[in-house]
Design a protein around this ligand. Structure first.
Ligand code: HPA
Length: 278
């Protein structure tokens, strides 16, 4: 398991993908738990299973199909990851960040990240969407970052700015689409933990106290890599369950996947609307 990748290793993967798909993607899309169905909307797809790509982390979680879909969505050339890998699966942070590196080398300028998240904000209900306006990088503060290792100077600076992790202009486009399509779109702060255990009620009260609106086990490492390389980011959480601040209910992965079925069509409408406006 690599602690970090060199540019030539990243390019090895990018060249392999570039050899299979003629389309040059402008937008990368990462689909979270139970949200993979969105990839079905991609026209004239080139499909590459993750296990055909060297170094690529293969998702082991139910609800993650594990393939790349390259094609057109609303006239935009897109590269969709149907499923993603998480740190808790045993991959290194470098591996978790590798797909975004490869996207950058293939010319992707905009990354749309989605995830299933627990709603920490008591106003959120399962099935709701939340526009991520900022994040709390608790997993990074504990030392787990995909940027550890020699800096890739060709891609970005040693100390990248994170003052606008989620692109203001893309957030505005998402708000416009939501208003036009009558979608309920909350806004808030996503916090990333390592998982895979869900949070205790005390964890959740703490997360609420430090300003989190939604909690999950992904996204922040990928966004960190994206911003290091100058890729603009739009992030959306699908709220799959209500965080259980008083310990009165259980949280299960089945619940997360079930909510995905309600979230996926709204998320598709939102993403399609944003792509049309790019
Ligand atoms: N906690 C952490 N990650 C999650 C949750 C949650 O409640 N729901 C979906 N992903």
């Amino acid at each position: 398991m690599s602690d970090y990748f060199t540019i030539s290793q990243i390019d090895e993967v990018a060249d392999l993908i570039g050899g299979k798909a003629t389309l040059r993607p402008r937008v990368g899309i990462i689909l979270g738990s139970g949200l993979g169905g969105l990839a079905e909307a991609v026209k004239e797809p080139t499909i590459i299973p993750f296990n055909q790509l060297p170094y690529w982390p293969v998702s082991t979680v139910i609800g993650h199909q594990g393939r790349l879909v390259i094609g057109e969505l609303e006239g935009q050339p897109v590269m969709v990851m149907q499923g993603r890998a998480h740190y808790y699966e045993g991959y290194s942070m470098a591996q978790v960040g590798l797909p975004v590196r490869v996207m950058q080398r293939l010319g992707v300028e905009i990354l749309v990240v989605t995830n299933a998240a627990g709603g920490v904000n008591p106003k959120f209900s399962p099935g709701d969407l939340m526009l991520i306006t900022d994040h709390l990088n608790l997993i990074g503060m504990s030392g787990l970052t995909p940027l550890r290792g020699p800096n890739l100077d060709d891609l970005g600076p040693r100390f990248p700015d994170m003052s606008q992790a989620y692109d203001h202009q893309l957030c505005e486009l998402a708000r416009q689409v939501a208003a036009e399509q009558h979608l309920l779109l909350h806004e808030g702060i996503y916090v990333c933990l390592a998982g895979p255990s869900f949070e205790t009620p005390a964890d959740l009260r703490y997360l609420r106290g430090i300003g989190a609106d939604a909690v999950g086990m992904s996204t922040v490492p990928e966004v960190t890599v994206a911003r290091h390389g100058g890729t603009r980011v739009l992030g959306v959480s699908g709220i799959s369950n209500k965080a259980n601040l008083d310990g009165s209910t259980l949280t299960t992965h089945e619940e997360v996947l079930e909510a995905g079925q309600k979230i996926a069509p709204q998320l598709l409408t939102l993403i399609q609307g944003v792509l049309r406006r790019l």
